[in-house]
Each structure stands twice: as structure tokens, then as C-alpha cells.
Unconditional design. Structure first.
Length: 120
């Protein structure tokens, strides 16, 4: 399962369509709180996270995940261009830090590579 957290409904729907066309199952949330209410740790393939959601900064979610010992690979997507956010993302060990608009092929390649590396 690929989880998507973004407060923009159009972005969430776009990611879901893209992921479905690439053969992936996904579920989307408009907030980090929605995500935590329904998160199933048995289906923890990957998280696509907008770090600037309306309810919280995505980095707070990454901290919560670490505290709860949830080790979920994360791809950050953002319209934010601050280099300090990139450094912070690296400190959390995210798979990728992609600026919006996201290159669809690059996103799918990152996901496929991550999922294939889990198998081998």
C-alpha cells in the first residue's frame, strides 16, 4: 500500500491515478491525523508526504513515526524551496525530496526501486 498525505485534493487524486496506472494500490489522506487514525502497520510499503499540509508540518509526522517505531519509507513532495527543509528531510532518512510539480516518471522509478529492494 502506498499512502499519500497532501491537503490538496487535486494533488491526491492525481497521485492516485498515476499510481493506479503503474499498478500500485494507494490510499490518500488530507491530513496527518486522518492517516494516523486509519494507518495499518501490516501494509507499510511507502508514504508520499507533502511537508506543508494544513494541519501540521510533515516533519512533525516524521518525528511521530520515529517515536512510534514506525519505519515507513517516505518520499517528500513539496512546493517549498527552502534548502533547510532538504537538510531536515535527509536527517530523517527520506527516500527522495521532490519539488512540485513532481516528475511522474521519477516518482514511479523511486517507488519501484524501493519496493524491489525490499524483495531482494
Amino acid at each position: 500500500m502506498i499512502y499519500i498525505i497532501d491537503d490538496d485534493q487535486n494533488v491526491r487524486e492525481g497521485f492516485m491515478i498515476l499510481l493506479k496506472s503503474a499498478g500500485f494500490n494507494s490510499f490518500s489522506y488530507s491530513s496527518t491525523e486522518q492517516f494516523f487514525k486509519s494507518y495499518n502497520s501490516e501494509e507499510n510499503d511507502l508514504l508520499i508526504l507533502d511537508v506543508d499540509t494544513s494541519d501540521t508540518i510533515g516533519f512533525e509526522l516524521l518525528e511521530r513515526l520515529q517515536k512510534k517505531k514506525i519505519f515507513l519509507p517516505v518520499i517528500i513532495v513539496t512546493a517549498n524551496t527552502e534548502s533547510s527543509n532538504l537538510k531536515l528531510a535527509k536527517s530523517y532518512g527520506v527516500l527522495a525530496y521532490l519539488r512540485k510539480p513532481v516528475d511522474s516518471e521519477a516518482l514511479i522509478d523511486i517507488i519501484k526501486y524501493n519496493l524491489l529492494s525490499k524483495i531482494s
